[in-house]
Design a protein around this ligand. Structure first.
Ligand SMILES: [Zn+2]
Ligand SMILES: [Zn+2]
Length: 155
């Protein structure tokens, strides 16, 4: 299993391998460490976020957004060029091919587990299904909580 998270100390992106025996995560940039709660990892399941105190996680398709957007762009540009040359076969051929590639990519990629609060990503975790799909209400709860923390003047 591995986690990708933003280090709370230096805000650099950190990717780290972990297993059920891991008791801390350390940042290669600033050596900042996060203690992993003993109940956070149960066998191959994650009970709570390792990088922040949140217990709310959700499952998301590990879909590379940029590739998806690029494919759609290629489809639109390619088919417009074919359309301009009044080549109907190519117009629809290109549109269809890029749409198909998009769908294929979506089916082939695995799932990733995400933290609502700190956006940490977990990959290679078994039994992700115990955490539901993205829930807007939970997301909103965490967003408001984060806004409140930010607006509180620090003493
Ligand atoms: Zn760091
Ligand atoms: Zn988190």
């Amino acid at each position: 299993m591995n986690i990708t998270y933003a280090c709370p100390t230096c805000h650099e992106g950190v990717r780290a391998e972990f297993d059920s025996k891991t008791c801390e995560l350390s940042c290669p940039h600033c050596n900042g460490q996060i203690a992993v709660k003993s109940d956070a990892i149960n066998e191959n399941r994650i009970k709570r976020c390792l990088a922040c105190p949140s217990t709310d996680l959700y499952v998301r398709k590990d879909f590379p957004q940029r590739i998806g957007v690029a494919l759609v762009g290629i489809g639109i540009i390619g088919s417009s060029i074919a359309w301009y040359h009044t080549n109907l076969t190519w117009t629809f051929g290109i549109l269809f091919a890029t749409a198909l590639a998009d769908v294929l990519l979506y089916t082939l990629v695995g799932d990733a587990l995400m933290c609502y609060r700190c956006d940490a990503q977990y990959r290679g975790v078994e039994e992700m299904d115990t955490h539901g799909q993205f829930d807007l209400e939970t997301h909103e709860k965490h967003r408001q909580m984060a806004a409140r923390i930010k607006s509180t003047p620090s003493a």
